[in-house]
Design a protein around this ligand. Structure first.
Ligand SMILES: C[S@@+](CC[C@H](N)C(=O)[O-])C[C@H]1O[C@@H](n2cnc3c(N)ncnc32)[C@H](O)[C@@H]1O
Length: 160
């Protein structure tokens, strides 16, 4: 069975809630929105999760435009979570350069400010844009040390 079909077969809608899997490229946000509208009610708040995904989009492919297109389609009250790797570690930059020579999907580290700007129109919930390891960690969890964390993330709500 192809892996997409396997993934889809794990999802089961129930009377309490529908779910669906769609096979799409994040660089085609309109396809995602059209297909998502078959399952989601766009008159009610929606949660959009973009974790480690916008880093897969190069500057030439306009990541800001893609995020804006997705956000613009969501109703007021929706939440968007976004996080990505930052260009704040020389070691990580070297590792990603090596990864990009071998991977079909390249990854693009960006500054924390640039990553935060993807959600600039939203009202960020506490604690705002922080290192991902510092975003409401579970009590007692210290599996990633603060200074070893080179990703930032935030959750914003669409109020406008
Ligand atoms: C860094 S992983 C993050 C996975 C997951 N969101 C997480 O936080 O654990 C990036 C994922 O994006 C997928 N991906 C890469 N380029 C993509 C694209 N253009 N459209 C959709 N998904 C893509 C990769 O296959 C991979 O599963």
């Amino acid at each position: 069975m192809p892996s997409d079909a396997k993934t889809a077969s794990l999802l089961r809608s129930t009377p309490e809630g529908k779910c669906a899997y769609l096979d799409a490229d994040v660089r085609d946000p309109q396809k995602i929105l059209t297909q998502a509208a078959r399952t989601l009610d766009f008159d009610r708040p929606i949660g959009l999760i973009l974790l480690g995904i916008m880093g897969q989009v190069s500057d030439d492919e306009e990541p800001e435009r893609i995020v804006a297109e997705l956000i613009d389609a969501l109703p007021r009250g929706s939440y968007v979570a976004l996080s990505d790797g930052t260009d704040t570690s020389e070691k990580l930059k070297v590792a990603i350069e090596a990864y990009n020579t071998q991977s079909a999907n390249s990854y693009h580290l960006r500054s924390p400010e640039r990553i935060g700007s993807f959600l600039q129109e939203l009202c960020l919930v506490e604690p705002g844009l922080v290192k991902s390891a510092d975003w409401r960690p579970d009590p007692g969890s210290a599996d990633i040390a603060h200074d070893q964390s080179h990703a930032v993330g935030a959750v914003g709500q669409i109020l406008g």
